[in-house]
Write a new protein. Structure first.
Lengths: 115, 113
């Protein structure tokens, strides 16, 4: 149980285009989802917290107009990187938790490369 | 949010027991201690969680002293496949951080043959 998937696992896009990453909780309802990014040999950095049906809460320094987060259902959250640039190339990871539970379950990550 | 401190790296050999200690001097009363494992290009994987004393599961043990200012993850008889980054985090349902996890630098464990 407690499986979180991400799609795509890997994506290459051209500079200036937008790319959408999906995060799904497969066997539980995720009231809260989190988005992280991770650069090579670095730790995970929390980008935003997403609650179903409400606007995401972004961490300091994360541009909300560049990283659009939608959590329209209890099993799906999406992260859209708008007008991507090479510096947005990174490993994006989502996690999900259910209700008041503390445990988070992580997705396998999405490798974004912007050329 | 409680800040955690771990060694940046550790080396071990196959078959040995590995103990990774994490300091969390400012842990809140209701916070739990959770350890995650991460392989390259994968999401973190839950290993173990505890509040106090000792917790054991099929992959690891977690030792937490009475003052809860530190914890030790113990991996028995490691193998090459245990080479990974291990993260120690603190937090809980009642934390004011809305459940978000703040990752520290983690400990890179290298298991050698």
């Amino acid at each position: 149980g407690a499986v979180v998937s991400q799609h795509p696992s890997r994506v290459i896009c051209k500079s200036g285009t937008s790319v959408k990453i999906e995060c799904r909780s497969l066997d539980f309802q995720a009231t809260t989802m989190f988005w992280y990014r991770q650069f090579p040999k670095k730790s995970l950095m929390l980008m935003a917290t997403s609650n179903e049906g409400s606007k995401a809460t972004y961490e300091q320094g994360v541009e909300k107009d560049k990283f659009l987060i939608n959590h329209a259902s209890l099993t799906l959250s999406t992260l859209t990187v708008t007008s991507a640039h090479p510096e947005d190339s990174s490993f994006y990871i989502c996690s999900a938790r259910s209700g008041g539970a503390y445990e988070q379950y992580f997705g396998p990550g999405t490798r974004l490369t912007v050329t | 949010l409680a800040k955690t401190t771990q060694p940046i790296s550790m080396d071990s050999y196959e078959g040995q027991e590995v103990n990774i200690t994490c300091s969390h001097n400012n842990i809140a009363t209701n916070d739990y201690i959770t350890w995650y494992q991460q392989f390259p290009s994968q999401g973190p994987r839950f290993i173990i969680q505890g509040y106090k004393t000792k917790v054991t599961n099929e992959v690891a043990s977690l030792f937490i002293p009475a003052d809860r200012k530190s914890s030790t993850l113990s991996l028995p008889r490691v193998s090459l496949s245990d080479t990974a980054v291990y993260y120690c985090l603190t937090g809980g349902p009642s934390s004011s951080n809305t459940g978000k996890l703040i990752f520290g630098q983690g400990t890179t464990l290298q298991v050698k043959p």
